[in-house]
Design a protein around this ligand. Structure first.
Ligand code: SAH
Ligand code: SF4
Length: 356
């Protein structure tokens, strides 16, 4: 059976539903994003024939909940099944009172942009079984709508740090961001959106040239080419010098600071020599760094360093003139590092399938 497109893949005017007037597009957008109906029948100001036609041609939300972990006021993790059976995940993270104060109503949603990932970073569950496909704009946006519906909470901050490499799905990501920004869509400003990338230098420049004021985070994880290449194969294609140049270009164009992400893995990248190199890179970029204690992935041999080593590493970075914070993964106990819940579920399905 042919896979139907989702109505959430379309943008009034820029990328319209074929054959429909702007007036109709806007009416439909209102049903999708403001009133958030769950059936075509509920779109009561559309002619009956049009509702029938839409129902024949399109789906509404292109995903369904498989499992949800976590409680209302903690990190919650959602595993979704797409219409072709593929699995993706999103993570809802409440504000950290330590960082934003007790009264903060910040609700961050971590979104996936691809099924699997082609970049094969050695620490990451998302890349373990390769890349399957890009998500459509609708599949990206639907993660927000479905999360808000199920959690009954309003998301006001987005990070593209879920499964996949966002900048390798550039066009669909940008269409999704159009829908997220639009007054007729989710009306959430680009300043509340962060894209995390493993360092695709040309796409970083492309993003710098786009008019959107999106925030950028770089998954660095190695402060010299030797260490970074060992952890992230993408470094062979875009070594640190190229990545740095692209980041400087981004900052010059956007006048915005970049954040660096650095997972700490025992005996792999946690030497104090790495800390010094990292501080130097931070200074060159005027960037601050988030240090993330490694979250163990089943099937991978690596470990998180001791508390003592983490502290020493952070202290060394700061002593060399940079700003470092240690990010405590709130969802540590529920496999919140991206890709882990899906991996577990896929493995379970594979072992329980009689033909597998
Ligand atoms: N592909 C993009 C975005 C998704 S991965 C990128 O690489 O930036 C984004 C982040 O997930 C990583 O930078 C890291 O912060 C986190 N992550 C992935 N696996 C992890 C693990 N095992 N432990 C801790 N954090 C992890
Ligand atoms: Fe892909 Fe990012 Fe995971 Fe690397 S860290 S495999 S780029 S999702």
């Amino acid at each position: 059976m042919e896979k139907k497109a989702s109505l959430y893949d379309f943008l009034p005017q820029e990328y319209p539903i074929p054959g429909k007037t702007v007036y109709r597009q806007k009416q439909i957008a209102e049903w999708l994003y403001q009133k958030r109906v769950t059936t075509f029948e509920a779109m009561s100001n559309l002619p009956h024939e049009l509702r029938t036609e839409l129902a024949h041609t399109f789906t509404l939300l292109p995903l369904e909940l498989v499992t949800r972990q976590g409680a209302h006021d903690t990190t919650q993790k959602f595993l979704w099944q797409l219409t072709d059976g593929q699995l993706i995940e999103s993570v809802l993270i409440p504000a950290s009172p330590a960082l934003y104060g007790e009264a903060s109503d910040r609700k961050t949603l971590c979104l996936s942009t691809q099924v699997g990932c082609a970049y094969g970073c050695r620490f990451c569950a998302s890349g373990l079984e390769g890349w399957k496909r890009n998500l459509t704009p609708g599949e990206i946006v639907a993660q927000i709508l479905a999360t808000e519906k199920i959690s009954k909470q309003k998301v006001n901050n987005l990070v593209f740090m879920g499964m996949g490499e966002p900048l390798a799905n550039y066009d669909n990501l940008m269409k999704a961001i159009e829908i997220i920004n639009a007054p007729w869509g989710l009306n959430l400003g680009a300043r509340h959106i962060t894209i995390s990338t493993s360092g695709l230098a040309p796409q970083i420049k492309k993003l710098a040239d786009s008019p959107k004021q999106i925030r950028l985070a770089i998954s660095l994880h190695g402060a010299t080419d030797e260490v970074r290449t060992q952890i992230m194969p993408v470094n062979k294609k875009y070594p640190l010098s190229q990545l740095l140049e692209a980041c400087l270009y981004y900052q010059k164009k956007k006048r915005k600071r970049i954040t660096l992400e650095f997972i700490l893995i025992q005996d792999i990248n946690d030497s104090l020599d790495q800390a010094q190199h990292l501080a130097h890179l931070c200074q060159q970029l005027h960037a601050k760094v988030n240090l993330i204690p490694y979250n163990r992935v089943e099937g991978l041999p690596w470990e998180r360093p001791s508390e003592n080593r983490i502290k020493q590493f952070a202290k060394t970075v700061c002593a060399h003139g940079a700003t470092a914070t240690v990010r405590r993964e709130k969802g540590h106990d529920i496999d919140a590092a991206c890709g882990q819940l899906r991996l577990k579920t896929e493995r379970k399905l594979a072992t329980s399938s009689p033909t597998a």
